[in-house]
Design a protein around this ligand. Structure first.
Ligand code: FEO
Ligand code: CA
Ligand code: CA
Ligand code: CA
Length: 596
């Protein structure tokens, strides 16, 4: 049966050309203005950004590095306003060689540089408003403004794993509080206006040796110690031999109340520990909250958490600890287009002492191993998962998987050596996000439609400029239309040969599977963020690590870009100023809806 109310309209804008250069580009008829940059003030007493004289104390008051997820909470709370609100931004990681003058080796960074890098991680909450000129700008010294960093923000651990022996450290013998949050990738905003932020590649921060380690199996599965940042040289908690449990305290979803700057954020252990990509949500038919989560690593899984209790839309305080009780599920996809959500519940389906689980806390700390036992389907790197409130369908970015071999393909991961990724469309049974079964299909199989060997599948209306590779963050606008941000990584010259960006992707009707290029990042950046104001007349996007994956001549040499010799000096283009990750606000010049 055809549900007319659920029909999603198409897009109406002139797409931009594919390509790559030192600047960003947006579709004709739109403005794309820099809203806030790495180093801009967040707290009232933040000093001006001085790249030649950086300090950790300045950085902990300034906007952090590598803006990824962007959320928007309208102000006043509950107003649905689209001209004032709190921007909630993840700072996923740091690129030390682009941050510090003269630094040639990440692990040669000084103690102060390491503390600057730590302070550049975490989250920013920044009040923003549209001025009399119609442009967005940060509100100076906004009362809700806040930096959350792994340098000095206390975060509480809550839910079934709180206080467990495997979370206890010398600094926290109770196993209930931890300093900061790491590698915050995507996220979500709950119906009660809290900000969820996902800890992803937490393995990169830990050093040490696994031999004889009590958590050896668990840590190996998470890639710990990844030892890429060099922090353990100055902070012993990042050495797994000095502090054996610290790494169990990362890899969670964190809930922050942006409307209460004094409240400690909470790591919600009920949502499991893995390399969390995002945590967008939808309400079940009976009023509970379902949160969809990818585990972004090759051959890892798709998860969903459903709360035990209902959301109270009238009383935000009543939802404060809603995420501490519920059921975590992992997805299994069948070849016939059906699928099931399998519960990660201690004591059931082999999650017991015979398999090394003694409690629900154990199941959550080693969610990946529990999911193995439940027969979950290994996927091509699940990134953002986006429910569409207009249609009830759910979109999953599977970004790529260069390691899948021909004998490992199936219908949801249909290609070996998959450099380009695909987007899965899930329809929950009965249109209910609480259901334990679903049907699924592939919306698009990404790659160059002109190269048959890539086996891409697009609507034939997709132009040579419109196709993309490596879907990552997703957003749905007020009309129910899907927008895709891409992240090709250092392989961009081999995957599409063009810069990452924002693409408008049709999901309904004759246009289903048609993609159009709307925005392009400067060389070396990946595209993150996409976030609409409630009226869909502003689109915030996050340009992450400009210059990092780039080359000066754009020929795909992947020559290192540095502070002193970057591939781009976006967005300032001032001598001596390094490239700066920034959030960009996009508006139609006449104030119309984004995308027509
Ligand atoms: Fe941080 Fe999976 O992207
Ligand atoms: Ca991502
Ligand atoms: Ca999203
Ligand atoms: Ca990615």
């Amino acid at each position: 049966a055809c549900d007319r109310a659920a029909a999603v309209p198409g897009f109406n804008f002139k797409e931009i050309a594919r390509g790559v250069d030192e600047r960003h580009h947006v579709a004709e008829g739109y403005d794309a203005d820099i809203l806030i940059r790495w180093g801009d003030p967040v707290l009232a007493d933040a000093p001006a950004f001085d790249p030649q004289h950086q300090t950790a104390d300045a950085q902990r008051k300034q906007f952090g590095y590598n803006n990824d997820y962007v959320g928007f909470v309208p102000l006043p709370y509950g107003s649905g306003a689209s001209d004032r609100g709190l921007l909630c931004v993840n700072h996923e990681y740091t690129n030390a060689l682009l941050m510090f003058p003269g630094l040639a080796d990440v692990k040669a960074a000084s103690a102060e540089q390491v503390d600057i890098a730590i302070a550049a991680h975490g989250c920013s909450i920044v009040e923003i408003a549209r001025g009399t000129d119609g442009k967005w700008a940060p509100v100076a010294a906004g009362v809700y403004n806040r930096r959350i960093t792994p340098l000095d923000t206390e975060i509480r651990i809550s839910g079934p794993a709180a206080g467990h022996a495997r979370l206890k450290t010398s600094a926290d013998p109770e196993g209930i509080r931890v300093l900061g949050t790491l590698n915050n990738c995507a996220g979500g905003i709950t119906p009660w206006g809290s900000y969820l932020t996902s800890e992803e590649n937490v393995n990169l921060y830990f050093a040490g040796k696994l031999e004889g380690h009590p958590e050896a199996g668990n840590y190996k599965r998470m890639g710990i110690p990844g030892d890429k940042m060099g922090w353990a040289r100055f902070h012993k908690r990042f050495d797994i031999n000095e502090e054996p449990n610290e790494a169990n305290r990362f890899g969670w979803v964190v809930e922050i109340d942006p409307l209460d700057p004094a409240a400690a954020p909470r790591k919600r252990s009920a949502l499991g520990r893995f390399k969390h990509e995002g945590c967008e949500n939808a309400t079940t038919k009976d009023g509970r909250l379902a949160i969809y989560m990818g585990d972004d690593q090759r051959f890892e899984y798709l998860y969903k958490f459903v709360t035990s209790a209902k959301v109270d839309p009238q009383n935000r305080a009543a939802n404060r600890d809603l995420l501490d009780e519920g059921t975590l599920y992992v997805a299994r996809f069948e070849e016939d287009g059906s699928g099931t959500w399998r519960p990660l519940v201690y004591g059931a389906n082999g999650l017991n002492a015979g398999n090394g689980f003694s409690s629900q806390a154990d199941v959550l700390i080693e969610a990946r191993r529990a999911a193995d036992i439940l027969g979950a389907t290994p996927l091509d790197r699940p990134e953002d998962v986006q429910p569409n409130p207009r249609t009830g369908k759910v979109y999953v970015s599977l970004t790529n998987n260069s390691k899948r071999t021909a004998d490992e393909i199936d219908t949801v991961n249909p290609r070996a050596d998959n450099l380009w990724g695909q987007i899965v469309e899930i329809t929950p049974k009965g249109g209910d996000h609480g259901a334990e079964s679903f049907s699924w299909t592939l919306l698009v199989t990404c790659g160059d439609p002109a190269k048959p060997e890539e086996k891409a599948k697009w609507n034939a209306a997709t132009s040579t400029d419109g196709w993309f590779a490596c879907p990552d963050n997703l957003a749905v606008d007020g009309k129910g239309r899907l927008w895709v941000a891409t992240d090709q990584g250092v392989e961009w010259s081999q995957t599409s040969g063009a810069a990452d960006g924002i693409f408008a992707l049709e999901t309904d009707g004759a246009g289903r599977g048609t993609s159009r290029r709307f925005f392009r990042v400067p060389v070396g950046a990946e595209m993150c963020g996409p976030c609409f104001t409630p009226d869909s007349k502003t689109l915030f996007v996050a340009v992450q690590h400009p210059g990092a994956d780039g080359t000066k001549d754009f020929q795909g040499f992947n020559r290192a870009s540095t502070f002193d010799d970057p591939a781009t000096r976006w967005p300032d283009f001032t001598p001596g100023m390094p490239p700066r990750p920034s959030v960009v606000a996009i508006r139609e010049k006449n104030g119309g809806p984004i995308g027509g």
